[in-house]
Design a protein around this ligand. Structure first.
Ligand code: NAD
Ligand code: MG
Length: 412
């Protein structure tokens, strides 16, 4: 089962799910550099109607979709005069429509979190060229997602910089699940280690959302920035890599590489190690996937190896980053366990960003959800969605239970 099948790079129509986000914005930046090659078909966002209106004025898409219907009403009135050809839709139905319309050939899946599952799957089922940034969708639905890719012959191209790097280091004939045939010894999945790689452990309690979102190398959305700080991002990426390339977890080695220059590597049985390198800028994997198998300008400065200090590679510290251990545990348990940790993480990170819980509570809450919820096979989408729902409810209850005594004592 090939991960991809070649296509043509000219005149592609592109839907960008999550166009107002960090990956969405970088995608529009790359597209703007190649006006004849790509046409923006649809732009979508959760609720940021003002930013979506601005993007509509610039790109004149056929559709603009907002998850929130009240925001969609505002947008419709706002762009009526400047974008007469743009139709405004709302909700999951609208998102799924612009992901699967027959006039679309490429879908950039850049919604953050589980909210991206349905529209991303809609694109896969419709056999589109799917550029996958939304790792949570694949982590949750795992084999079901990859089965749909195989069934529909969708072309799945990884956008996560590490997975895109691995993809670039694989032989052209690589088929999902056939690492032995390709002579792969190991996949070396790199990660920067985030902003707290060397921070004293006893000060983790005091970490603020601003500190957690200040990634040393990458400029990203707030949720993935916190995931990088806890290294849950690397845990999710470990699961993502197993699913995407069809390899067992023991064939993947996590390597902390603080400079984020080597984006990942593939080690072969003959002793060769192929690495993909570049400046840490998401426009590189985005341009690679948009144009694949061709190459286009991404607007990224060329890498100057003589200009940088030493490149370091060290093993991850599982004590410092307990989220990594939880990802290994979820992979071992299988079934709905990855969906549970993903959902628990989303709720815990949102609560941390709101100032409701401390940084060290994030892994504690994920662990509590994983270890208290019944194991189930993830053989239907309904089972996955139900596990997601229950894990969210469980973590919200745990957060609420902690909040109550504090709230009472405040009134004493
Ligand atoms: P972001 O928060 O900057 O943007 C998220 C986008 O999703 C926004 O357009 C937002 O409006 C939309 N969205 C959020 N909730 C939604 C909902 N309920 N319904 C519909 N749309 C919704 O996030 P980001 O950093 O761009 O990350 C997007 C995805 O890409 C994530 O899955 C992340 O893990 C992955 N990713 C990001 C980077 C990066 O550098 N930012 C790198 C690798 C992978
Ligand atoms: Mg990544």
């Amino acid at each position: 089962m090939p991960l991809t099948s070649p296509g043509t790079a000219s005149g592609r129509t592109v839907t960008i799910l999550g166009s107002t986000g960090s990956v969405g914005g970088s995608t529009l930046d790359v597209i703007s550099r190649h006006p004849g090659k790509y046409r923006v078909y649809a732009l979508t966002a959760a609720s940021n109607a003002a930013k979506l209106a601005e993007q509509c004025r610039l790109y004149q898409p056929r559709f603009a979709v907002l998850a929130e219907s009240s925001a969609a009403e505002w947008l419709e009135a706002e762009i009526r005069d400047c974008c007469p050809e743009t139709r405004v839709l709302s909700g999951q139905t609208g998102l799924c429509q612009v992901s699967s319309d027959e006039d679309v050939d490429t879908v950039m899946a850049a919604i953050v979190g589980a909210a991206g599952l349905e529209p991303t799957l809609a694109a896969v089922k419709a056999g589109k060229r799917v550029l996958l940034a939304n790792k949570e969708a694949l982590v949750m639905s795992g084999d079901l997602f990859m089965e749909e890719v195989a069934r529909s012959s969708a072309t799945l191209l990884p956008i996560d910089s590490e997975h895109n790097a691995i993809f670039q280091c694989l032989p052209e004939y690589f088929a999902v699940g056939e690492a032995d045939r390709a002579g792969i010894h190991k996949i070396l999945l790199t990660g920067s280690g985030g902003p707290f790689l060397n921070r004293p452990l006893d000060s983790f309690e005091q970490i603020t959302p601003e500190e957690a979102c200040a990634h040393p190398n990458w400029d990203m959305g707030r949720k993935i920035s916190v995931d990088s700080a806890t290294m849950m991002n690397k845990g999710l990426e470990l699961i993502e890599a197993c699913r995407l390339f069809g390899v067992d977890v023991d064939r993947i080695e996590l390597v902390v590489h603080p400079q984020s220059v080597v984006h990942s590597m593939v080690s072969y049985t003959d002793g060769s190690v192929l690495a993909q390198m570049g400046n840490p800028d998401m426009r590189t994997p985005i341009a690679h996937a948009l144009a694949w198998p061709e190459r286009i300008d991404a607007g990224v400065a060329p890498l100057d190896l003589t200009d940088m200090a030493a490149l370091e590679f060290v093993q991850p510290d599982l004590q410092r980053f307990p989220c990594l251990k939880l990802a290994y545990q979820a992979l071992e348990q299988g079934g709905t366990a990855p969906a549970i940790i993903n959902a628990a993480n989303e709720v815990a990170v949102a609560a941390f960003l709101e100032g409701d819980i401390g940084f060290t509570r994030i892994p504690e809450l994920i662990s509590a959800a994983l270890n208290s919820m019944p194991w189930q096979a993830a053989d239907t989408l309904d089972a996955v969605i139900e596990a997601d729902r229950q894990a969210r409810a469980r973590v919200r209850d745990l957060i609420e239970a902690c909040r109550k005594p504090a709230a009472r004592s405040a009134h004493v």
